[in-house]
Write a protein that binds this ligand. Structure first.
Ligand SMILES: [Zn+2]
Length: 404
């Protein structure tokens, strides 16, 4: 009996050793794993001294540490650390700008929604970055971003309502999870696409960002209305690139669901009020647009009016880290006036619900085992989230720098 139990002990030690090797991926995907930490944020609330049991790529149970005392699952003890769901970035251009998906994953983003780039069905989430896309941006002939890039496969120009509906159907059939439109006349001071600053879209060889006075063509109201109607018929939201009052007016009149940026120019209060009343979701990209004079006042006022913000930092923009952007989180806290826990909810469970993927962005039973851990308490210091020491995707360990 004694030798059997010491053999078992040896086996456990070996397992613990394998599990705790820095960067080790020795943990078998189909086996149980218990991860315990001083704090666990489950996408909604922060629990103390809790643990998450993972099996076959999913969370099967979340409970207090003691509740798992009898569990024989291998245990990864993180100590004074915080376990959270992997973050969800809602405004990126990974594929178009060739940002390595693995780098983004290692830095805490486990799901990306690309909004402007090659179209494909959603994929990943099983040890690789989960990637969803809008495909190309629908715009007016010669409209933004064709205005900057020339003919490009990241834009789909439409001239009338019939072409608009066809474009939406084609995108949805190809896997688009959202329809992106551009409503951009150009010329906003401080905007990356205005040429004073390099935009993610402007690295292409045909970039013409130094052209001066602009009035780029925009979608006609009837064409935009057709896009919104067709997208809604097919169960997709419409997200608009807009940055100033003309684009905002078009979007509000057509019932566009989401603004892909906080607007760059200061908008009239009536438009901000309408946006809040129509429950338009605002993807911040506040860090990317930090040189725009109107962004802070728009964000403060929209927050005051109760508008809902979503986390998107525009990964692939030259200023933005290839992972969680601590600065964007801080802007949500200080400009949008969100409590740190609300900031965390926005980038996790709220985003998962918005993407209609059941339980994505949470650590509740049944959720995909996409999780990250950082040392310390990120509700005291959001910047810590830029430095995850553990990342798991679909139950597969991607990095693990914790040592037991
Ligand atoms: Zn963008």
């Amino acid at each position: 009996m004694k030798s059997q139990s010491s053999l078992k002990h040896c086996y456990r030690l070996l397992l613990v050793l394998l599990l705790t090797l820095p960067g080790s991926v020795a943990y078998a995907h189909d086996r149980n794993l218990l991860i315990a930490a001083a704090r666990v944020f489950d996408g909604y609330t922060l629990r103390s001294d809790a643990a998450v049991l993972i099996s076959e790529g999913k969370v099967v149970r979340i409970d207090s540490r003691e509740a798992f005392n009898d569990s024989d699952a291998p245990r990864l003890e993180l100590g004074d650390a915080t376990l959270l769901p992997g973050f969800i970035e809602l405004h990126a251009h990974l594929s178009y700008q060739h940002v390595p998906a693995d780098t983004v994953l290692r830095h805490g983003i486990t799901t990306v929604r690309d909004v402007g780039g090659p179209l494909h069905q959603p994929y990943g989430g099983d040890g690789s970055l989960r990637l969803m896309t809008s495909g190309p941006i629908i715009t007016a002939p010669a409209g933004y971003p064709i205005s900057n890039l020339g003919e490009t496969d990241i834009a789909m120009p439409v001239a009338d309502a019939q072409q608009a509906r066809q474009a939406v159907r084609k995108l949805v059939a190809g896997g688009a999870v959202v329809i992106k439109v551009a409503l951009e006349p150009g010329g906003e001071a401080g905007a990356p696409w205005s040429g004073g600053h390099t935009h993610a879209h402007s690295h292409a060889p045909h970039s013409k960002t130094h052209d001066k006075p602009r009035s780029w063509p925009m979608l006609a109201p009837a064409v935009l209305a057709a896009i919104v109607d067709e997208a809604h018929l097919l169960g997709r939201r419409v997200a608009a690139h807009l940055a100033e009052p003309k684009g905002a007016q078009l979007a509000l009149d057509a019932g566009v669901d989401e603004w892909a940026h906080a607007p760059c120019d200061s908008l009239p209060d009536a438009q901000l009020q309408r946006a809040a009343a129509q429950q338009v979701r605002i993807v911040g990209t506040i860090d990317t647009l930090s040189k725009c004079p109107g962004v802070s006042s728009n964000v403060r006022r929209l927050a005051e009016l109760g508008a809902e913000f979503l986390y998107g930092a525009e990964i692939a923009h030259p200023d933005i880290p290839w992972g969680i952007d601590g600065q964007e989180l801080l802007y949500l806290q200080h400009l949008a006036g969100m409590a740190p826990l609300d900031v965390l909810r926005t980038a996790t469970a709220k985003a998962g619900q918005y993407l209609n993927v059941p339980l994505l962005g949470s650590l509740l039973p049944g959720a995909p085992a996409d999780l990250i851990a950082v040392r310390g308490d990120p509700t005291q210091k959001l910047k810590l989230l830029e430095y995850p020491d553990l990342v798991m995707s679909g139950g597969k360990l991607i990095i693990n720098y914790f040592e037991n």
